[in-house]
Design a protein around this ligand. Structure first.
Ligand SMILES: Nc1ncnc2c1ncn2[C@@H]1O[C@H](COP(=O)(O)OP(=O)(O)OP(=O)(O)O)[C@@H](O)[C@H]1O
Ligand SMILES: [Mg+2]
Length: 575
């Protein structure tokens, strides 16, 4: 029998290796940017076409390469950044493997033009599918220009997996904005098909870079913290816990200038925020760790986005302490109790987060368990007379007497249901009534947020949210559904934008429902709001009008009934 095992050809080997480094256009951008940063450039321009599938061109004014270097840089494991194995533990550059350029060149048509400062002419090298085509003398400014065309032209299976131009562009923006954050002093420009998407002049002010990632409003509200502990220093930019999100997509972590993902650091961050965050919420922040390079191992993963610390415990503690002490000084004003003066134990002040509900409203599975008869209660209640209102309990529940016993209605949950159903119906009939602001509300978003809002602009208008593009990533909120006018708009927008980002496209049913639910929650009466007799009666009438399932859109119960039988058993009048 013939042997089944074969040695792979050099071409196949290089394509497999390339697969680890180059997954999509954004990975090419990452590698080329890393190289330009390592080359000490202070000006880098990135041009892309077709989401990077057509062209990725990175031009820098760094140290450049002479003819010999140019030829060498395409050899696998050729790098100027380490010499021997003993250099590996003390890497201070972003690159060190000598893999990126050969990998990219193996799966595209690449041209590299470069000139070091001490040479009079530059050279241009052309390579396609890993094969050197030519190297010629050429006039060139000092620095390097790498042009990558037709990514995966020779690996159709991979090319098929690339997503739409929009998605790939989003990935590129995501990658790029992450990488450049620590490099304030480098002027960075991103152009898509000749249009400037991003132009960040070099500046000493870190706020400029923070704005591209967080939007100007969030960036401006961030508090800086710093701590040094022996051979490591931690600098943080923390957004207030009020601006937390339900995903950890705004935790930006850098170790010696390299953007990484790390579970240990994420845990330390969460611990540093502690009780200040509601359960299941993640903060927005940037964390820069500068550490003796011999104390970290960066050679853990092909994409270099994972690292290992030699003294992880110390790193953990320093981060927790830095964050906790920043709160001690920076956000003192944020934790003053406000909102309903319930005095009840365990009720976190709402911190302006108007969606916060007192803990004692309904919690956990036990609450759900006592409510199996909810549906019956509801139906019974619907066919009966409007209950007689006895009053408001803890400014949260409407207490009523019915023919069969005691009825308690959670005013927030009930009103939320009413607003939700009303919005949903008027949306179906495309007649959401909207009302304009006298002075429009200005939104300064991040680049990514701006793109998602722009994409959904028409849909948002149909929802009664009229946003006008004001240039760049700035928008004006001009009008809103009339039913929502008394909403706290800052809080509303803090929830709206991440929701859009998460859903991407709100034409889909699920996304639409999430948006309606969110709007209803903001538009509804709060717990802790005193209601007049007339307001309570009106709410009960509205509740009856909407076709009800028993739960509020968040799945919480709207009402609960205690029958006279139950009450009598409670007082042992009957057994
Ligand atoms: N923009 C650039 N300016 C100057 N030199 C460059 C540039 N890009 C690459 N080089 C040179 O080419 C070499 C190979 O680059 P390549 O990205 O393949 O490897 P690396 O950066 O050393 O390691 P890694 O694979 O981890 O990125 C680099 O070590 C550097 O000497
Ligand atoms: Mg590199």
């Amino acid at each position: 029998m013939n042997s089944l095992i074969r040695i792979l050809t050099e071409k196949v080997i290089s394509q497999i290796a390339a697969g680890e480094v180059v997954e999509r256009p954004a990975s090419v951008v990452r590698e080329l940017l890393d190289n330009s940063i390592d080359a000490e450039s202070n000006r880098i321009t990135i041009r892309i076409e077709k989401g990077g599938k057509g062209l990725i061109k990175v031009t820098d004014n760094g140290v450049g390469m002479n003819r010999d270097d140019l030829l060498l840089c395409l050899e696998r494991h050729a790098t100027s950044k380490i010499l021997t194995i003993s250099d590996l533990p003390s890497i201070t550059t972003l690159g060190f493997r000598g893999e990126a350029l050969p990998s990219i060149a193996a799966v595209s048509r690449t041209e590299i033009t470069s000139r070091p400062a001490d040479e009079l002419v530059g050279y241009k090298l052309k390579v396609a599918g890993g094969k050197l085509k030519s190297i010629d003398e050429t006039g060139s400014p000092v620095g390097t220009d790498v042009e990558v065309r037709d990514l995966f032209f020779n690996v159709p299976a991979r090319r098929k997996f690339l997503r739409t131009v929009k998605t790939e562009t989003d990935h590129i923006i995501d990658t790029l904005t992450r990488i450049i954050l620590p490099y304030n002093n480098i002027h960075i420009k991103l152009e898509e098909a000749g249009k400037t998407l991003l132009n960040l002049p070099g500046s000493e002010n870190p706020l400029n870079r923070l704005s591209t990632l967080f939007g100007r409003d969030v960036a401006a509200s961030m508090t800086e913290g710093f701590k040094k502990n022996g051979e490591m220093a931690v600098r943080t930019y923390l957004a207030s816990p009020d601006l937390s999100r339900n995903r950890g997509d705004r935790l930006f972590i850098y170790v010696n200038g390299r953007n990484i993902r790390d579970r240990l650091i994420t845990r330390a961050v969460m611990e540093g925020y502690g009780q200040r965050l509601m359960k299941g919420r993640y903060p927005q922040l940037v964390l820069y760790i500068e550490i003796d390079p011999t104390l970290v191992d960066v050679n853990v993963h092909p994409t270099k986005q994972e690292i290992r610390f030699h003294q992880s415990h110390r790193v953990f503690q320093t981060i927790v302490n830095t964050i906790a002490s920043t709160f001690g000084t920076g956000f003192a004003g944020h934790y003053e109790p406000e909102g309903p003066k319930s005095g009840s134990k365990g009720f976190e002040p709402s911190n302006g987060m108007t969606m916060a509900e007192p803990e004692w409203a309904y919690t956990g599975p036990e609450a759900a368990e006592i409510l199996p008869s909810e549906r019956e209660v509801r139906q019974e209640y619907l066919v009966k007379e409007i209950p007689q209102i006895l009053g408001q309990l803890k400014e949260t529940y409407i207490v009523c007497q019915t023919r069969d016993g005691l009825l308690m209605v959670d005013q927030h949950a009930a009103h939320e249901r009413v607003v939700y159903e009303t919005l949903k119906r008027s949306h179906q009939r495309s007649n959401i009534e909207s009302q304009s602001f006298l002075i429009p509300h200005k939104l300064e978003l991040s680049l990514k947020e701006g793109r998602v809002v722009l994409k959904n602009l028409d849909q948002l208008v149909k929802m009664g949210l009229e946003l006008e593009h004001f240039g760049g990533s700035t928008f004006l909120l001009r009008s809103v559904p009339s039913i929502l006018v008394s909403v706290n708009w800052d809080d509303f927008l803090h929830d709206l934008i991440p929701l859009l980002e998460e859903e991407g496209d709100i034409t889909r049913d699920r996304a639409l429902d999430a948006l309606l639910t969110m709007m209803a929650c903001h538009g509804a009466l709060r717990a802790g709001q005193r209601l007049s007799q007339e307001e309570m009666a009106q709410l009960l009438r509205q509740l009856e009008e909407v076709e009800l399932s028993t739960n509020c859109p968040h799945g919480r119960p709207v009402l609960k009934k205690f029958s006279y039988g139950e009450i009598e058993r409670m007082f042992k009048r009957v057994v």
